[in-house]
Design a protein. Sequence first.
Length: 373
Amino acid sequence: MTATRRDIPTRRLLVTGAAGFIGANFVRWWLQEHPDDHVVVVDALTYAGNRANLDGLLGTRCRLEVADINDTGRMASLLRDDALDTVVHFAAESHVDRSIEGPDAFVQANVLGTMSLLKAARTVWLLEGAAPDTHRFHHVSTDEVFGSLGADDPAFSERTPYAPNSPYSASKAASDHLVRAWHHTYGLSVTTSNCSNNYGPYHFPEKLVPLVILNVLRGLALPVYGDGRNVRDWLYVEDHARGIACVIGGGTPGETYNIGGCNEWANIDIVQLICRLLDRRFAADPALGEHYPDAPAAAGRPSTSLIEHVTDRAGHDFRYAIDATRIRTELGFEPAVTFEVGIERTIDWYLDNRNWWETVLDGSYRDTDRAAA
Ligand code: NAD
Ligand code: DAU
């Protein structure tokens, strides 16, 4: 039997990192699906955080607190003063290439930041007993903690041993272990989800999918690491939000759930697909050529002409793939958006939101943050 809205308890959520890509999509979706809930967003507005990602959401049911999750006292005050009963923890340094250049920020945000939040939640929910028993700390993690698969290996399940390879994935693995320990040792009600690669609106253009879309539109090179045969398992970001909601609603405290799309693509194939889809749009709509005169398609050339194979990422994991049997059979979760629909929707979003990405690319999105801070 499916739960009706009336059966679902109302929640008061602290959502960390929701000025970033997935968190912003999550809050947008959650507020729409849970009209009686309240959300406090905590975000330090690092380079990856953008107030514009929360446009149209802030108001009586949702507010933004610009704060670092490492400020344990402030996190505890928010949980206490706003009587928050649910933490959904997205805040992290998330880009593998940056972790290779500078791992320190990843340990600070992902490991120490997660511990800080756990300490705040324990203080307020367990030691002070301020919240009802329905409290939940949901930790958003990644499939990268499981390491790298060979071409024929079975997909990652919840029982796959951890084997992180990059400073990013090692910091996420460490945070997963801390979350587990706070449950086992202190009895905090936690769940963790390990998800595959997301794509969709508000994706910061240092990541593969938005980088390719925007470089095609601007006629810039499409850098493909190595031979481009590395494989990722892609999930539309709103499906990730739905998966997290299933875990918060029905997951067993102390357990972990893999979320994925059963949608594996070699990088070079996804780059070529985006090129083809954009070429088709330029062919169908001559106005696009006027708006984006530097795009190859504006001159009738294929966008794939921009592809350049470049030096591989150090320690580049070959393949990720998620076995999502557990969340499907135990919690009834299935992705709702096919890749064909999701990738078209994503391209539409970038074409319709030029101002968003232009302010990101020229850096002016951060002026708003500084002015408002
Ligand atoms: P993102 O980089 O787009 O956003 C991260 C957000 O966290 C930003 O708004 C940033 O300002 C904020 N932040 C960083 N450090 C902070 C701190 N110390 N205090 C407060 N806020 C801070 O990341 P994303 O791609 O949206 O990923 C969100 C989460 O999901 C991460 O935990 C990531 O590991 C996980 N994840 C991402 C993917 C993916 O494909 N992007 C897949 C699986 C899991
Ligand atoms: O698997 C989940 C992870 O997916 C998340 O935990 C991370 O936060 C998220 O950033 C993402 O990590 P990846 O490293 O897989 O994503 P990225 O978009 O950086 O790269 C995807 C693939 O494309 C990867 O194999 C590297 C390759 N790549 C990436 C870039 C930016 C290129 O070939 N060229 C590029 O310019």
